[in-house]
Design a protein around this ligand. Structure first.
Ligand SMILES: NC(=O)C1=CN([C@@H]2O[C@H](COP(=O)(O)OP(=O)(O)OC[C@H]3O[C@@H](n4cnc5c(N)ncnc54)[C@H](O)[C@@H]3O)[C@@H](O)[C@H]2O)C=CC1
Ligand SMILES: O=Cc1ccc(S(=O)(=O)O)cc1
Length: 487
């Protein structure tokens, strides 16, 4: 099916039915060609209210499902996502510019997340314990919150959506989802997997619209009990402020600026082989992307050479090509922001070790070369603001005290990475780092079964792992006193 036909036949999903949006059509652009993939009609504020009403009405149907039923539905959705992974990945590649192999990997990881929470649905345990009055009982029930709103960004439109939907549905909630319009088709296709799995009408609602039409409507509606947001720190702050009006619960998965500490005893070849693809995965548009590389001064020269060589071996090109490692940035505003950061750094005296420009080989598209910068001024924007693009910075260190202070200097605390062969150095470094997730000798810091999230300006709440479902549950204490004349 042509993408335009898919946008037209799907669109918004409200109360179990697909329908067009009520606002003027907007164009979805292919970032690797800058050509329109099609047009879709965004949802207006009235449709957002309809979606909240549908989710509110469907609470009963969700509560009528047993944990085993919810588990079966999630398992079916996970199977469908897995079966459709190639098609889902292709949509992500077309709409966001992510290389198709990475995009199919994202679809598979989404399936794993939903599959994992299919099990978690059956492990929502309350408690029963002895009262301080003989014969009475204290019971603690865990209950769904009701209607949950999920705001999902464009960089991992499948995975970050799955990580919100799966625990919310496993706990028995209903959903109103606002994805980024950049990845409209991929989001619709993922929602279709849940529809085809057989969730009750109204349990899942999708509204693709402009922030000004969608967010205030959701934030001002007291029927929405919780909001889970992934995106930038400034928008996260706005949403937290707005949540005060109706006292919604909030989970925030915001930006990062991950430090990477490479100790003198690290396996340099293994590090370089992981670091180049790790840094430039999804062109660096990953909240946990490794960005500030601190290398022990005794190995700095060798690390620099090997890192640059490994980076030059990466293939930049069409996201639809299986051999591509690096596609375009998803939006022109991201490419422009990256370009500005590099140009300003260079004006301030930074040295470019590789990249530093748009590629001469690509005539169109929001491409930018994978870039390494060194000798940066401490106040360079790239060392302080999240680059969210294909830029890595290199600096040296001599002591753990010095590098730990530098790593923790920023207000972000999402991911960090450490490379060493020593267990003692691993523990000493990990203990000093302020980060929600830490990879040691790896850039994998997130799986379906482990908690992902940050602290400080990187937000709060955890996605994935056994901790995640707690954010979608309410606690009810019941004190059962025995009547004096009970039989
Ligand atoms: N933590 C993460 O995974 C992500 C972080 N970001 C951060 O955002 C920066 C810029 O991304 P942009 O899309 O250009 O910026 P942005 O700050 O306008 O948007 C960030 C995300 O929030 C959404 N958004 C914007 N306004 C919203 C609102 N009022 N209500 C609900 N959602 C809203 C957007 O659709 C997007 O997905 C990146 O440089 C990065 O720092 C962006 C996407 C994902
Ligand atoms: O942007 C947030 C983000 C994206 C991807 C992953 S994962 O490593 O692929 O799980 C984690 C966080």
């Amino acid at each position: 099916m042509e993408l335009q036909d898919f946008y037209s036949s799907h669109g918004q999903f409200i109360g179990g039915a697909w329908c067009p949006g009520s606002e003027n059509a907007s164009v979805v652009v292919n970032p690797s060609t800058e050509v329109a993939l099609g047009e879709m009609t965004p949802a207006g504020a009235a449709q957002v209210t309809e979606a909240i009403e549908a989710a509110w009405s469907a609470r009963g149907a969700m509560r009528a499902l047993t944990a085993w039923n919810r588990s079966r539905l999630l398992r079916r959705a996970a199977t469908l996502i897995d079966e459709r992974a190639e098609a889902l990945g292709r949509l992500v590649a077309l709409e966001t510019g992510k290389p198709v192999r990475q995009a199919v990997g994202e679809a598979k990881a989404s399936s794993e997340s939903v599959d994992w929470f299919a099990d978690e649905a059956r492990r929502v345990f309350g408690m029963s314990y002895e009262s301080r009055v003989k014969g009475d009982r204290y019971l603690v029930h865990m209950e769904p919150l009701g209607v949950v709103a999920a705001f999902v960004p464009w960089n991992f439109p499948l995975l970050l959506l799955a990580r919100k939907m799966a625990p919310a549905l496993a706990a028995g909630n209903t959903l109103v989802i606002r994805p980024s319009s950049e990845a409209a088709g991929a989001t619709m296709a993922l929602i279709k997997c849940f529809e085809d799995a057989g969730f009750p009408a109204g349990a899942i609602n999708l509204v693709i619209g402009r922030p000004g039409d969608v967010t205030p409507t959701i934030m001002n509606d007291a029927r929405v009990a919780k909001v889970s947001f992934t995106g930038s720190v400034p928008i996260g702050r706005q949403i937290v402020a707005q949540s005060a009006v109706t006292l919604k619960r909030v989970s925030m998965e915001l930006g990062g600026h991950a430090p990477v500490i490479v100790h003198a005893d690290a396996d340099i070849d293994a590090f370089a082989a992981l670091a180049a693809p790790g840094k430039f995965r999804n062109a660096g548009q990953v909240c946990a992307s490794p960005t500030r590389f601190y290398v022990h001064e005794s190995i700095a020269r060798e690390v620099e050479q090997k890192l640059v060589a490994a980076t030059r071996a990466l293939r930049l090109g069409s996201p639809l090509d299986d051999a591509t490692d690096l596609g375009p940035l998803t939006t022109s505003r991201r490419r422009d922001a990256v370009e500005k950061m590099v140009d300003e750094a260079v004006s301030g005296g930074a040295r470019v070790l590789s990249g530093g420009t748009r590629p001469s080989t690509m005539e169109r598209g929001y491409f930018y070369e994978p870039t390494w910068l060194t000798r940066l001024q401490p106040d360079a924007a790239v060392l302080n603001d999240e680059p969210f693009g294909p830029i890595g910075t290199l600096a040296t260190f001599s002591t753990l005290d010095e590098v730990a202070a530098e790593a923790n200097r920023l207000p972000f605390a999402l991911a960090a990475y450490v490379f060493t062969r020593s267990l003692a150095k691993t523990h000493a470094t990990v203990d000093r780092l302020e980060a929600g997730v830490i990879g040691v000798n790896t850039f994998v810091a997130s799986t379906a079964e482990t908690p992902f999230g940050g602290s400080k300006d990187s937000g709060y709440g955890r996605e994935g792992g056994p901790h995640a479902i707690r954010d979608y549950l309410d606690t009810k204490f019941v004190n059962v006193a025995m009547p004096a004349d009970a039989e």
